[in-house]
Design a binder for this molecule. Structure first.
Ligand code: FAD
Length: 507
């Protein structure tokens, strides 16, 4: 039995009020009683937030559910739409596209992955695509949406989704949530971070108006500035730009035209790629590129040329560095959001990494003495998560056959982390994929991107090589029939939204 109750933290200070700051404030205020822990958040309207970040992965549903946020209320407040996956255009080869849908492909049989049966089927049916066996992909292509069915016997149970939304509105929504639960918001610009001269622990932050805010634990949510983790604590940055050479984005919204697609589009370009993210009232667009291989003017021209509606305002330039802090929790400071690290939004993982930073912190919630063992474990888990996401993103660049520009020649031929090389080789051999320790991306996600970018295994799993082809064809046929029937009955994405969570906002 524990001998004594631990001393608990009484004062938490969150510096920064972008998505990271308010997600942290909302989550902590939902867990910690306001009378026991005083949570303050300092932000500066003068500095503002990054103002991009509209696409998510399904885990965001768990975050909102943890806070008890009703889905329709959240979607209305953020002009949100549903996202069933990402369409990648021109990534493997120019003129080709594929979908990385959320959720499974088909159904595993006898404990063997579905894609192995499909690969055997492919041998004699070369026009078959694995997407035809993903309910999310079939619905996405038809522009349809319905809620997943909790009954595992229903084909609708295979649907998985995430959201597109206005990230600035999300932060505001969470601000309201957190303030109602006692979080004290302080407007002001931090000018000084005061540290204990002996231990280096942060004692207080000081604002432009001369006021000081003391705390026992600080969250650095100051975005790329990294005011605490970098400027004050000088934690080194692990740079991954040799694997992910894009370092600049030009972002602009445009008017919606046509249907509201229930998926993100990522189109590979000459020296990077362009995103297209539909919300209820507009489409978010951005061109991410390597500034050493493309000028800003050329990037802007390319962005504007490929909008599918009139631009709203002018493109905004954002510079970034890919990688993460060597330690995301240093002394009494936890870096969450862009201050802790950044991976380009190709697989919409930044808000997820914020969520991970928060949930791992809660899982390791420390006593007031902030044990080093707890910090070390937090750092181990978070760095692992960054590395897993990194490998998945690099895969898109490495597994290309494009040779039409210096950018693709570089990414196609570059060395990649050993962990990724091993995965690609394992898949190439006999289509095998594993999901390692607490990994974010599931087997179907890896399979979608590997196959989508033309890494076709030399053979199927030898066990499946013994299975009767006619039986596989019958199973596959009944799966596609069930999916086609289910999608036929779904409403369009727009019709579903209009009934469920229409915000009524205009661009
Ligand atoms: C080009 C691009 C596209 C992206 N797309 C996606 C996407 O599709 N999906 C996704 O999940 N994520 C995406 N992201 C990431 C996402 O935008 C961020 O992870 C997320 O918004 C969190 O940002 P933040 O809160 O860490 O930083 P910010 O939004 O920059 O907030 C920083 C906060 O710190 C405050 N601050 C800074 N300095 C001071 C100071 N001295 N005093 C007081 N306050 C201060 C600011 O006022 C602000 O409130 C994208 C990022 C980029 C760069």
């Amino acid at each position: 039995m524990p001998e004594t109750a631990p001393d608990t933290i009484k004062q938490i200070v969150i510096v920064g009020g972008g998505s990271a700051g308010w997600m942290t404030a909302a989550a902590l205020s939902s867990m910690l009683p306001a009378h026991a822990v005083r949570i303050s958040l300092v932000e500066s309207e003068q500095i503002g937030t990054i103002g991009v970040g509209e696409a998510t992965i399904p885990d965001i549903i768990n975050f909102n559910a943890m806070l008890g946020i009703p889905e329709a209320e959240f979607l209305k407040a953020t002009n949100g739409t549903f996202k069933l996956g990402i369409k990648f255009v021109n990534w493997g080869r120019l003129g080709e596209d594929y979908l990385h849908p959320f959720g499974p492909h088909g159904a595993d049989m006898n404990g063997i992955d579905f894609h192995q049966f499909w690969l055997r089927h492919l041998e004699q049916n070369p026009s078959s695509t694995i997407e035809d066996f993903s309910l999310s992909a079939v619905a996405a292509k038809a522009g349809k949406f319905a809620m997943p069915d909790p009954n595992p016997r229903s084909v609708l149970s295979q649907l998985r989704y995430a959201y597109h939304f206005d990230a600035t509105k999300y932060a505001l929504f969470l601000r309201n949530y957190a303030e109602q639960r006692g979080v004290r918001r302080i407007e002001g610009k931090v000018t000084e971070v005061r540290q204990d001269p002996e231990t280096g622990f942060i004692q207080q932050i000081e604002l432009e108006d001369g006021s000081a805010i003391p705390g026992e634990l600080f969250f650095d949510c100051t975005g790329f500035r990294g005011l605490l983790i970098d400027k004050a604590l000088d934690v080194p940055f692990k740079d991954w730009s040799h694997w992910l050479p894009c370092d600049t984005a030009q972002a602009v919204a445009c008017e919606l035209s046509g249907d509201i697609l229930p998926y993100t589009i990522s189109t590979a370009k000459e020296a990077g790629w362009q995103w297209r993210i539909p919300t209820q009232h507009r489409t978010g667009n951005g061109h991410i590129y390597s500034s050493s291989l493309m000028s800003d003017d050329a990037a802007i021209d390319s962005l504007l040329k490929d909008l599918d509606g009139p631009a709203i305002g002018s493109p905004r330039k954002i510079r970034f560095r890919t990688g993460h802090r060597a330690r995301l929790w240093e002394k009494n400071c936890v870096a969450i959001g862009l201050s802790g690290g950044f991976l380009e939004p190709l697989e919409s993982t930044s808000l997820f990494l914020i969520q991970e930073g928060i949930s791992k912190f809660i899982a390791l919630y420390p006593s007031a003495d902030l044990p080093a063992s707890v910090r070390d474990e937090y750092n181990r888990q978070l760095v692992k998560k960054f590395e897993q996401v990194r490998d998945f993103i690099i895969l898109h660049y490495k597994a290309t056959e494009r040779d039409d520009s210096p950018f693709w020649n570089h990414t196609r031929t570059m060395d990649v982390p050993d962990s990724l090389t091993q995965r690609i080789e394992l898949f190439r051999e006999a289509g095998r994929v594993f999901r390692y320790e607490d990994e974010l991306f599931s087997k179907p996600s890896w399979v979608a991107v590997l196959l989508g970018q033309n890494i076709v295994p030399k053979s199927v799993d030898p066990i499946v090589g013994t299975v009767d082809r006619a039986g596989i064809a019958r199973s596959l046929q009944s799966m596609t029939t069930a999916m086609t029937n289910a999608v036929t009955q779904m409403p369009t994405h727009r019709a579903f939204l209009e009934k469920y969570a229409w915000s009524g906002a205009s661009a």
